[in-house]
Design a protein around this ligand. Structure first.
Ligand code: F6P
Length: 319
């Protein structure tokens, strides 16, 4: 057992539904084990600015169902620099923090690793709707985002069928096509464009299956610009007029799904348990049915591959 009396917690990077249940689990697990908890506001920038305060069990009451993050989040320019990381490690000492839980995406895990390299005991919990983090099957927020996307596609299909239209629907994900591919399967899309498997505009235009509508999912990182695609489809006269819907930040909001609440709670508990057991420099990841600590060194050095099996599945099922 490590000698840990005070645990800090922060959320960083883009918010994701499920960050709140994860914070709640971290706070209550730490308190249950006799530790104090310090909540750091607005990510690594808050750590640099000394923006923190104690959290009690009641402070995290009534947040399990809330989207966003009660601690606030940020992308800190200052923390990207080595000098900022030195300062952040010193700030942990100043706050009397013996160990830190950071909740966020791949950039946050790189930040956690930088702090670990400076002697801070740290555990990460993966949270990003992009699902681009190596070492976990699912990140916190992905399931909720997929439910939001699914709901949007269902609604767009109604109006698409009524008007014989093709809807080009842009999903988030930065350089990762995960959300788009899964949206293709669960929303029954005709075509999916992702950065990992580029299709030409004319290949997209080639689909004609006698349907009354067409839903085309375009990942934000896809090589083809959605506006160019719409223009070309109009030129090719595929039988549908086109409309563009960019789902945008709607995908990041909303009450976390049951799956996200459960997984976020498990990850928060495991992050604290791992620290108390003497582990550090790890991220807790969902592997099979278990949430286990994975070395951060692996998390930040490996690239999560796109699952092209699902990509092929969405193509086949659109037949
Ligand atoms: O990483 C999450 C994410 O929503 C990406 O999908 C997207 O590219 C980016 O963040 C948007 O960032 P911002 O909230 O800064 O506009």
């Amino acid at each position: 057992m490590a000698d840990i009396k005070r645990i800090g917690v922060l959320t960083s990077g883009g918010d994701a539904p499920g960050m709140n249940p994860c914070i709640r689990a971290v706070v209550r697990t730490a308190l249950f084990n006799g530790c104090e908890v310090i909540g750091i506001r607005e990510g690594f920038q808050g750590l640099l600015d000394g923006s923190w305060g104690p959290l009690s069990a009641r402070d995290v009451g009534g947040i399990i169902q809330r989207g966003g993050t009660m601690l606030g989040t940020a992308r800190s320019e200052e923390f990207y620099e080595s000098a900022g990381q030195d300062k952040a490690a010193a700030q942990c000492k100043k706050a009397g923090i013996d160990a830190l839980v950071v909740i966020g995406g791949d950039g946050t895990m790189r930040g956690a690793r930088a702090l670990a390299a400076r002697g801070v005991r740290v555990a990460g919990a993966p949270a990003s709707i992009d699902n681009d983090i190596w070492g976990t099957n699912m990140a916190i927020g992905v399931d909720t985002a997929l439910n939001t996307i699914c709901d949007a596609i269902d609604k767009l299909r109604d109006t698409a069928s009524s008007h014989r239209r093709a809807f080009l629907i842009e999903t988030m994900g930065r350089n990762c096509g995960y959300l788009a591919v899964m949206a293709g399967v669960i929303g029954g899309a005709e075509v999916v464009l992702i950065p990992e498997q580029p299709l030409t505009i004319d290949e997209v235009g080639a689909h004609k299956r006698g349907k009354t509508h067409s839903n085309i999912i375009v990942a934000e990182g896809a090589k083809v610009r959605i506006q160019d695609l719409a223009k070309r489809l109009d030129e090719l006269k595929v039988g549908f007029s086109t409309r563009i819907t960019i789902l945008g930040h709607i995908q990041r909001g909303g009450s976390p799904s049951a799956f996200d609440r459960l997984m976020a709670s498990r990850m928060g508990v495991k992050a604290v348990d791992s620290l108390l057991a003497g582990e550090s420099d790890v991220m807790v990841g969902l592997q099979g049915r278990d949430v286990i600590p994975v070395p951060l060194e692996q998390v930040v050095s490996k690239q999560r591959e796109a699952n092209l099996e699902y990509f092929e599945m969405s193509r086949m099922l659109a037949f």
